[in-house]
Design a binder for this molecule. Sequence first.
Ligand code: HEM
Length: 424
Amino acid sequence: MEVPVQRNAEAGAAAECGALADPAFWRQPPQARLDAFARLRALGSPVYVPEGRGRGHWALLRHADVQEASRLPKVFASAPGVTTPEPARWVRALFGDSMVNLDGADHARLRKVVQRAFTPRLLAAAEADVHAVAARIVDDVLAERPDEFVSAVSSRLPLEVICNMMGIPERYRPEIADRVNHASENIGVERGLASRLRMPGRGLRALARMQRMVAAIGRERRRDPGDDLISALVCANVDGQALGARQLGAFFSLLMVAGVETTRNAITHGLSLLTDHPGQRDLLLGDFEAYADGAVDEMIRHSTPIIQFRRTVAAEHELGGRLFRPGEKVVLYYASANRDEAVFPDPDAFDITRSPNPHLGFGGGGPHFCLGAHLARVEMKALFRELLTRPVGLRAVGLPDLAGSNFDNRVRSLRFAFDAPGDA
Ligand code: HEM
């Protein structure tokens, strides 16, 4: 049996590797974390991160390694869970396995049902809706002049778009917004013992209530289907399959974290990046349609809204110069892969003209590649078009207040202001 800690120690990196399991590492300023990733990448192979009590994981930090592992689902399995730590068995039993945590035929069946429901007609309607929602949010902002960006702008767009797509009645929405916040505010954030005991309970209760609400809507739609995603999911007939109440609830919760949290954080980091890099902002404003796609992808690469996903080794395999054995835990650090100097010249620079930009912000390819990548890009482009092309000089004020999560690059809040009065 290999002694991984020894191997790290020989490389002179034991302390640095251990730091990845320390909550304090994730509370550091982002550049300090990125510098540590760069030093670990330079070691040239996966490194072992001891988590205490005999547990630990292998960290994949290089772009090539993360991409290869993502595309080998029979070796690097998503079951029993992709978050660190993995969800308890009772949590999975209660909530039904979400598709991110499934493999092989189980995953393919669920993904097919969901993918079929995202029909071109539904997606075209969603895209038209994105533009209308983005314009309305910016109208509200110009009229009301709030000063906190997450609540006023970035969290509103993805939530409204998904609720519209799903056909969630207006009366449920404020409650859903509140519950999504409770459910996701502490994912991957380590706190004091008291709050650690209290917060997961509060988050789980919020999820359970949200799932009951969605199950009730699903029952209504089965009786009386509409032109929305919930109707399509509960009535879908792919190989005789539609989503049951528990699967619908699990999918809705996944969308709330995977589709709302991620996009809101990408948008918030985006405003901060454009404010910190006025040259890039001027370039974008000079010809928005020419540079917007590149700007959106560079915002996603630079901020990497999902920092990491975990896999469990299911079959012996050599990757990055190391032989992996069944049962070992492996963490795919997208945040490090997206700054890999072997792929991205001057990786810490924010450069909206970067081309190619093969970032792994939506995953490294393979069967779990982000289902909402196109929608997220459409949302970001529409919102920045509205925010930047109205003559009000919108900019971030100060630094984003980061949650310090090891899972998502969550921004709790970001203050913003206008340089010009504008013509709201
Ligand atoms: C900037 C925004 C987003 C980012 C950075 C992001 C990132 C990711 C990542 C890293 C994965 C895992 C990929 C893998 O394991 O290979 C993923 C999966 C997923 N995403 Fe996204 N996502 C975003 C927006 C969205 C949106 C808007 C939706 C839906 C409307 C969505 C739905 C999903 C779903 C359902 C999965 C699971 C797919 C599966 O397991 O088969 N995401 N996303």
